[in-house]
Design a protein around this ligand. Structure first.
Ligand SMILES: Cc1cc2nc3c(=O)[nH]c(=O)nc-3n(C[C@H](O)[C@H](O)[C@H](O)COP(=O)(O)OP(=O)(O)OC[C@H]3O[C@@H](n4cnc5c(N)ncnc54)[C@H](O)[C@@H]3O)c2cc1C
Length: 385
């Protein structure tokens, strides 16, 4: 049964909501209720993502979120009793313009300075030795971090949920939030299709739908849902299972081993905001064509499945990790712009600090406030596709 009151209500049962629930409960934050409208956890973006995890970002805050998170993912089984399936196969960025080379060399310098000593710049000969099956025509250089790789979003979400439940968090699925109650500039309750809970603290972890929850509270949140799609192939025994995740930065084409085949995706620069999961066949063919160019061996494979999901995009490709200044008790942890799964551990940790201590101390997230958009303090992350 849905309780009448809660100290904290978390909206959204993806990797973010469950992580926030776990880290709050670990601190003994009181009665915490997580509500999710679907029948199961992880059915939003969390259940439709490519599973990539990496240190290679171009801003210090993203790199810090990765350092904390990848450490948790690497030790997930010790912490949560379930493996996160972390496989450090490395991320290889292929660069085809002098501007990209300069930018990525600067990224490597920043990453090494901030605490990622394993990342390095590669010349075309080194790249050819690393990925001999890839057509390197036009590639001027690349960057490689051997500790980047893959992990399993479903296991991570289940691990956080298990840890949260064990610490007393009540997780209520099939519970749709339809309203937020406020009084004198602060949160007072959450209205759902199963009843109303009074609370003084809400954490909006609704991913691509975070702006809708904001609207219910009268808070404008600039996050839009944007379709992204990928496909998998059947077996490709010629490609080693530890083949690096490879990304052609200019086109955003990426591929990595998945099962006995590959997972291949590309971002459509012309995609308009919307929440459809329908496959865009025309763009699928474009992706296929580009993938065949970079990886001719794909001629031997068949498409096994196609999946579309929603990125949760902010104007500066950085998340909002903050309390809304205009509404006390209304916290937002959303807007990861397509790379959130890998930052879910750090997100739970910093949000628990922000809510319980008034300030995050593990990582400085003060620049990830909601008001930066209205006040023109956007942060530039170039290393997202
Ligand atoms: C195609 C694709 C590939 C991706 N690849 C990667 C990758 O390689 N690496 C990476 O790190 N990230 C990747 N991402 C991004 C990643 O999936 C997201 O950043 C992450 O899953 C966001 O998690 P979340 O918990 O915030 O959102 P979600 O998983 O979407 O969770 C939000 C939840 O809120 C619930 N909800 C919404 N409204 C309500 C309501 N009114 N009442 C109750 N519940 C509600 C939804 O049902 C949903 O379950 C990818 C995304 C896509 C689409």
């Amino acid at each position: 049964m849905l309780p009448r009151t809660a100290d904290i209500v978390i909206i959204g049962g993806g990797c973010m909501g469950t992580s926030v629930a776990y880290y709050l409960a670990e601190r003994g934050a009181g009665n915490i209720v997580l509500v999710e409208r679907e029948k199961f956890l992880g059915m939003g973006s969390t259940g439709r993502n490519a599973g990539g995890v990496r240190y290679q970002f171009s801003t210090a805050v993203n790199i810090h979120l990765s350092i904390f998170s990848l450490d948790v993912l690497a030790h997930f089984e010790e912490l949560f009793g379930i493996s996160a399936g972390y496989r450090p196969i490395g991320y290889l960025f292929l660069l085809t313009t002098p501007q990209e080379v300069a930018q990525f060399q600067a990224n490597v310098a920043l990453q090494q300075r901030v605490g990622v000593p394993w990342v390095r710049y590669l010349e075309p000969n080194d790249i050819a030795a690393l990925v001999p099956l890839v057509n390197l025509e036009g590639v001027l250089g690349g960057t490689f971090c051997p500790r980047d790789g893959l992990a399993d979003p479903y296991s991570v979400t289940q691990g956080f949920a298990k840890g949260a439940r064990a610490r007393g968090v009540q997780i209520e699925t099939e519970t749709n939030v339809v309203g937020i109650q406020t009084e004198h500039g602060r949160v007072t309750g959450v209205v759902t299709d199963r009843g109303t809970m009074s609370t003084r603290t809400i954490v909006n972890c609704a991913g691509p739908w975070a702006a809708q929850i904001g609207k219910m509270a009268g808070v404008e949140i600039p996050i839009v849902p944007l379709r992204r799609q990928f496909f998998t192939t059947d077996a490709l025994p010629q490609i080693p299972r530890d083949h690096p995740m490879t990304i052609e930065f200019t086109t955003s084409l990426y591929f990595h081993p998945e099962g006995a085949g590959l997972l291949i995706g590309m971002s459509n620069p012309d995609e308009k905001p919307g929440d459809t999961y329908a496959i865009d066949e025309e763009f699928h063919l474009k992706t296929l064509e580009r993938a065949l160019y970079r990886l001719p061996i794909l001629e031997n494979a068949r498409v096994a499945s196609q999946i579309a999901g929603l990125y949760e995009v902010t104007p500066d490709a950085h998340p909002i990790l903050a309390q809304a200044r205009a509404l006390e008790g209304f916290y937002i942890a959303a807007g990861f712009s397509g790379h959130g799964f890998q930052h879910s551990p750090a997100t739970g940790k910093v949000m628990s600090e922000l809510i319980l201590d008034g300030r995050a101390t593990s990582i400085d997230i003060s620049m990830l406030d909601l008001e930066r958009f209205a006040e023109g303090r956007l942060i530039r992350e170039v290393n997202v596709v």
